[in-house]
Design a protein around this ligand. Structure first.
Ligand SMILES: Cc1cc2nc3c(=O)[nH]c(=O)nc-3n(C[C@H](O)[C@H](O)[C@H](O)COP(=O)(O)O)c2cc1C
Ligand code: SF4
Ligand code: SF4
Length: 281
């Protein structure tokens, strides 16, 4: 039996989930979706897993792009574990849609509610002290199900969430193209390059020792929480701010955006910044 789990992560929740499930399955490769899908085809795998956070009520765009290009054994037992903080939306259905085009189906799907990590918008919640142990317990149950090759329907969004998604999330998704414009790097930066190595989107290059953002960011928060000097801040100015406020009607979320350097940050306690730099385990 050959098993492989593909994961996308910003702050480690999904990597931790991949590790827990791989540990139970044994002899399972873990591949980060930051790599090239052509290098890691799943054509000879009997068990294939996908684990990722939820962004804006759907699957993160880089994870979707990775799976679009991935070759997969259509007869494999395929599972998905989505790791939202609260609302999963269409994150699992989106994967099912992509896999269907390849003739593959999801045999088992589950949602694991995790600590919300969007540090530029809010401090982490619920408290990691309470939520991480609950997450770990659920992951163990899921891992046991997967070891038994249990079948479980792919989670679907409610009609209410499906209807509201366009209204509530489209402005934020639209603004993704400007996602890294507001990043600032303070004088505390020591040019260590860690932010560049942890970025799952290869979005940061060091120029003259300074991080420069390349405009294909998904706001995963890996660079913000990994910087050993807390040198990465976020400040929405000028046109971006006007656009965001206009498109989201000055929601409380917009008023909160900014200031991660002064805020409590979240990184999964079982994962280190060094782990985030890895392409496979
Ligand atoms: C850009 C962004 C968008 C997010 N959107 C959602 C969302 O729509 N629903 C939700 O429940 N959580 C959302 N979250 C929270 C993450 O999905 C959650 O914290 C996840 O466990 C992080 O996983 P990771 O540590 O593997 O990156 C969002 C986080 C970020 C950074
Ligand atoms: S991780 Fe922080 S200190 Fe290191 S290069 Fe990036 S911004 Fe500078
Ligand atoms: S630049 Fe930072 S926030 Fe944007 S994708 Fe890379 S690590 Fe994530």
């Amino acid at each position: 039996m050959k098993a492989r789990i593909y994961f996308f992560t910003g702050t480690g929740n999904s990597m931790r989930a991949a590790r827990v499930i791989a540990g139970a399955l044994k002899d399972t490769e873990i591949i980060s979706m930051r790599g090239n899908p052509e290098e890691y085809p799943a054509t000879d795998c009997d068990v294939v897993g996908f684990v990722y956070p939820v962004y804006h009520w759907t699957m993160p765009a880089p994870a979707a792009a990775f799976v679009e290009k991935l070759e997969i054994n259509p007869k494999a037992y395929v599972f998905v574990v989505a790791m939202p903080s609260f609302i999963c939306g269409i994150a699992c259905e989106r994967l099912a849609e992509i896999l269907a085009k390849k003739g593959a189906e999801i045999s088992y799907g589950s949602i694991v509610h995790s600590v919300a990590n969007y540090a530029i918008v809010y401090p982490p919640f619920p408290s990691a002290r309470l939520r991480v142990p609950a997450t770990e317990r659920k992951l163990k149950r899921i891992a046991a199900d997967i070891c038994r090759r249990k079948e479980r329907a792919c989670p679907r969004a409610s009609t209410f969430i499906r209807r509201r998604r366009d209204q509530v999330m489209t402005p934020y998704i639209e603004l993704q193209k400007y996602a890294d414009n507001p990043f600032t790097v303070s004088e505390k930066c020591v040019s260590c390059g860690l932010c560049s190595r942890v970025c799952p989107c290869h979005n940061i290059v060091l120029e003259n020792g300074r991080p420069v953002f390349q405009h294909h960011c998904v706001n995963c928060m890996a660079c913000v929480v990994s910087c050993p000097k807390r040198a990465i801040g976020y400040e929405i100015k000028g046109e971006d701010r006007t656009l965001l406020e206009a498109s989201s009607r000055k929601t409380p979320l917009v008023r909160l955006m900014g200031l991660p350097e002064k805020r409590k940050l979240y990184m999964n306690p079982y994962i280190t910044a060094k782990d985030l730099t890895k392409e496979k385990e």
